[in-house]
Design a protein around this ligand. Structure first.
Ligand code: G3P
Ligand code: MG
Length: 242
């Protein structure tokens, strides 16, 4: 029997990827109805300027399209089936749906002006009443994340790593990161402690069992990205959207 988990921040990964098509409005709504603390999704900037939700640079795995997403006209991209009849959402659509019900983690997946474009959208939402602290912007592409910080310094950012940086947690200070998001298989307790010492919480992705979460909490992790929020939370409203 696993011991009870200490309080953990629960973030729906790509919406609620284990329950609904990833990076879709149905997935985001599913996560929200389960009572997540926040929802994470991946955002790319199309060469035409539109911001859309998609993890891969190519279309085959998650849609009925083919090839590079950036090679498709934006309107073609929008008509693709992203699973169960869901469409590829725009960032605006996702934020309209969430409507301040939970923390929003926008992961920047491209570095073609994505940071500046996302900053512009968030600034517009803040003018409509969103608080800067209701967002976390993250990226593996740290120069792009720095560009976001320059564009909109009041919004917290998180550095993403799939490994343990040689430079240690000092890079987080250089970046101005409020927190760090780590691949679960590379969570190093010394690194996490150093980040925490400087006031920067560490969250881990992708964590799908309470046993895995339990292990990570012993390493200092305080939040998890999960495909299965229902394994950590009780529904707060109706059943998940199918
Ligand atoms: O932001 C956490 C996690 O989503 C990072 O990895 O590949 O699932 O976008 P990935
Ligand atoms: Mg992601």
């Amino acid at each position: 029997m696993t011991a009870p988990l200490p309080p953990l921040t629960i973030i729906g990964h790509r919406g609620a990827r284990g329950l609904a098509p990833e990076n879709t409005l149905a997935g985001i709504e599913t996560a929200l109805r389960l009572g997540v603390d926040g929802v994470e999704f991946d955002v790319q900037r199309h060469p035409d300027g539109g911001l859309f939700l998609l993890h891969d640079l190519t279309l085959e795995r998650t849609t009925d399209g083919q090839g590079l997403a950036a090679a498709q006209p934006f309107e073609t991209l929008r008509r693709l089936d992203a699973g169960h009849g869901e469409r590829v959402p725009t960032l605006h659509e996702a934020l309209d749906l969430i409507d301040r019900r939970a923390l929003v983690n926008i992961e920047l997946k491209t570095w073609n002006g994505c940071a500046a474009a996302v900053a512009e959208v968030i600034r517009a939402q803040m003018a409509l009443g969103w608080d800067a602290a209701q967002f976390i912007v993250s990226s593996f592409h740290l120069p792009e994340l720095q560009r976001f910080c320059s564009a909109l310094p009041e919004v917290p950012v998180a550095a993403l790593y799939c490994g343990v940086p040689l430079s240690g947690a000092a890079e987080l200070a250089t970046l101005g990161a409020a927190q760090v998001h780590l691949a679960d298989e590379f969570v190093d307790a010394d690194y996490v402690a150093a980040a925490a010492h400087d006031g920067r919480p560490a969250w881990a992705y992708t964590v799908n069992t309470p046993e895995a979460a339990q292990r990570l909490t012993t390493l200092g992790i305080t939040g998890i990205f999960t495909d299965h929020p229902e394994r950590f939370l009780r529904p707060v409203a109706t059943a998940p959207v199918q």
